[in-house]
Structure formats: C-alpha cells, structure tokens
Design a protein around this ligand. Structure first.
Ligand code: SF4
Ligand code: SF4
Length: 390
C-alpha cells in the first residue's frame, strides 16, 4: 500500500467557488507532474450552494493508482493532511447546507496536520476562535484579506497561488515548489503569479497548536432521524407561525419572534453581522420586511433585533435601512458571542452606545462579495503588494 494524501479546501459557497476549484485542480496537476495520480472534487452534500454557506472541495493524491482507488472508495476523507480555510471567519466552525451541525474547522486534521488560513489576524486571535483538539496540529497564516468574488467574476489577487506555494512548503511530499511553478506557467502563464507562490513558500511560518488550546465550547450538533423514524411520503412540515417574545422584559411578553428552523443554525454561515444602533432607529420596519432569513425579532418597544442564530450576514438590512449609521455590517472576526444586541442596549444604553461606536469604527475589511462595480480593481493593488512584500 502506497501513501495517500488528502487536502480539503473549506470555502464560502458561490463567493469562493472558483478559488477553491483553482486550488484543488492545481494540487492534482502539480502532483501528477511527479507521477502521483490524484482527483479533485466538491462535496455533494453542499449542493445547492448558497451565497456564503460553508462548502468543501477535496484533492486526493496517492503514490500509485491502487492506493488512490482505495482512498476514493470512501465517500469523503475521514481525515486530511492539510485543511485550507480561505476565509478566517470559518475558524468559528463550519455548518454546511443541510448538514449535521457545526464542524470545527480542524476536525478532519490528522495529528500534526496543518491548518492553513488566509487572514490578516495573528495566530492567538484565530486560535481563540478555533475549537480545541486533543492532538497537536500546526496553524499557518497566509497574510491578506480573504479573497471573495462572485459567480461570474474572479478576483485574481494571487490567493490561489499563494496558498499553493504555502502547501508545497507545509506538505512537501505532495508536490514540490518546482512542480507548482511548472503548473502555474502552464495554467496561467504569469511570472508575477509564480513569484507570489515563491514568496508565500519562503514566508510561511507555522505555529504548533498544542492539545487543549483554543475555543472550549462544545460545537452545536443534533441527531439526524433514523430511517425508521422518517414519516412516509415527502411532505415537509412548514415552519410554524411565530410567537410572542418570552424574554421581552418589562414584566410583559409583547413583541414578536418568528419561528425558526430548530436545527439549521447560521452562526458560521456569515462573514459579517449587522450591528444596530437602536438610538437611531425610526421603526420603519424595512429591515424586518426585507431580511431574507426572518432574523428580526420585534421587541416590545417596537425595535428590531437581529437574531444571530438566523442571520446569514447578507447585508440587506444595512442596505435598506434609511438611517445613516443605524445598521452597520462588521466583520465576524470582531465578535466572541451571539448574544442579543437589544438586550445589551436595554441593560446599559450608554455602554451599548460606546460598544457600537468602537465596533463599527474598528471593522476589519469586509470580505463579502463585491458591493459596487470596480471594487475588485480597487482591492487588487493592495493584495498584490501584500503578495510581493508581505
Ligand atoms: S445581514 Fe441583515 S438582512 Fe441579512 S440575514 Fe442578517 S439580519 Fe437578515
Ligand atoms: S431599517 Fe433601520 S430604521 Fe428601519 S426599523 Fe430597521 S433598524 Fe430601524
């Protein structure tokens, strides 16, 4: 039996699909140059992809055909040598479309395997978000703003080749930098991309994360029904009507909370979340009407509180809110919990105001699609400077 190598690429549906495909394809091409057969594929369970929903691609490579065949007999790898995470907010975990609860980003990593993350953050910040593991692993950061694009456009900011250059360093048995350079020439014929891969190769500096370090929370999970428990036919019960808020304060219930899917939580499906300045709200109802995920609880005092278990971070509420500064989308790396903002505002309005000011002033770059024509062209020079100079 030969050696089998597995790499998973965890990405945000649609926005990073082409990026993930470019990486997994180039892995197989580079390994092939060294006589190692391989295959790349997307995980079926992630379809249909939806904007921002976590999804996965895999690249499986072996030292010989028979080992590859044996490896491919599995539906998807149970363990991987390297996890590539192309959006640092996924360090909080991965809940895929119709999947089975929250998977820690490092869940499939073998002992001593490497988690590679694109981020502007330092290791302690990322480790604080990543769930603890009972075996050591390595964390390597590829510096830069996580790369997002759309269905029909691709932001060629060299994130693809920088990650590939990093991979050739952290798992040299998979493919060498020289093989990668040949693939870059063949696929892109761009010497600047080749030098970006080289820089990433030279710069990568993984840290070892010892067992028990990181986020101690137990990841959210639920039990799938057994086949004997499934009802006949294909009727799916609709989500029931909502109900009054039970925790509405003021000693009375009041307010309204829409019913939500009890199993599909969207804590990790967003790269940014809305921060609401309740003092500026004019109660126009637009956010409540337009939110595609029915996130907003109507509070007893007629305000609108976005429930973080339902918010996918689309930014529609910010776009429709008529009051400047009332709703501001902020990068998800900024937050440590999913608590109600309205409850915090009621408890201490002054302190809440201070928190809002601080939070919306220091919002790391938005990393969610592109918001106006020409935005990629504006972002590219910065990313290419980072690729060149660090
Ligand atoms: S970002 Fe706003 S509109 Fe979008 S899901 Fe979250 S609360 Fe709803
Ligand atoms: S859209 Fe803005 S102003 Fe209107 S209800 Fe929502 S938060 Fe308030």
């Amino acid at each position: 039996m030969g050696q089998l190598y597995a790499v998973e690429i965890v990405y945000r549906g649609i926005f990073q699909k082409t990026l993930a495909k470019n990486i997994s394809r180039a892995i197989v091409l580079a390994a092939h140059r060294e006589g190692k057969p391989g295959i790349s594929f997307g995980r079926y369970g992630d379809s249909p992809e939806r904007n921002g929903i976590p999804a996965k691609s895999f690249a499986i490579v072996a030292t010989d055909e028979q080992t590859l065949e044996e490896g491919m007999a599995k539906y998807e790898p149970k363990e991987v040598d390297v996890t590539i995470c192309v959006d640092d907010t996924l360090c909080k975990g991965v809940e895929s479309w119709a999947w089975y609860g929250l998977q820690p980003i490092n869940r499939l990593l073998k002992p001593g395997g490497t988690l590679v993350v694109t981020s502007k953050e330092e290791p302690p910040v990322l480790i604080g978000m990543i769930h603890q593991k009972d075996v050591p692993y390595r964390l390597a950061i590829v510096k830069g703003t996580p790369s997002f694009s759309g269905l029909w456009v691709y932001k060629d900011d060299h994130t693809d080749v920088r990650l590939l250059g990093t991979l050739s360093k952290v798992l040299p048995d998979l493919f060498s930098l020289m093989s990668l350079q040949e693939v870059i020439k063949e696929e892109w014929d761009d010497p600047v991309k080749a030098s970006s891969a080289l820089r990433a190769y030279e710069r990568v500096n993984p840290v070892v994360v010892p067992p028990g370090q990181g986020n101690a929370e137990t990841p959210y999970q639920f039990t799938l029904p057994k086949w004997t428990e499934m009802p006949e036919g294909i009727a799916i019960p609709a989500i029931p009507l909502g109900h009054a808020m039970k925790d509405g304060g003021n000693g009375h219930s009041g307010g309204f909370r829409p019913e939500r899917n009890p199993t599909f939580k969207k804590y990790t499906t967003r790269t940014m979340r809305p921060v609401v300045d309740f003092d500026l709200c004019v109660k126009c109802t637009l956010c409540w009407l337009q939110c595609p995920d029915s996130c907003f609880d109507v509070t007893p005092d007629g305000l609108y509180d976005a429930a973080m278990e339902a918010c996918c971070g689309c930014g529609v509420c910010e776009a429709v809110c008529p009051e400047a500064g009332c709703i501001t989308m902020v990068n998800e790396t900024r937050f440590q919990d999913n608590a109600s903002q309205w409850q915090a505002w009621r408890k201490d309005p002054q302190e809440y105001k201070r928190w809002v000011r601080e939070t919306i002033a220091d919002r790391p770059d938005r990393s969610h699609g592109f918001r106006y024509r020409g935005q990629y062209q504006e972002q590219l020079p910065e990313m290419l400077t980072i690729a060149r100079e660090g």
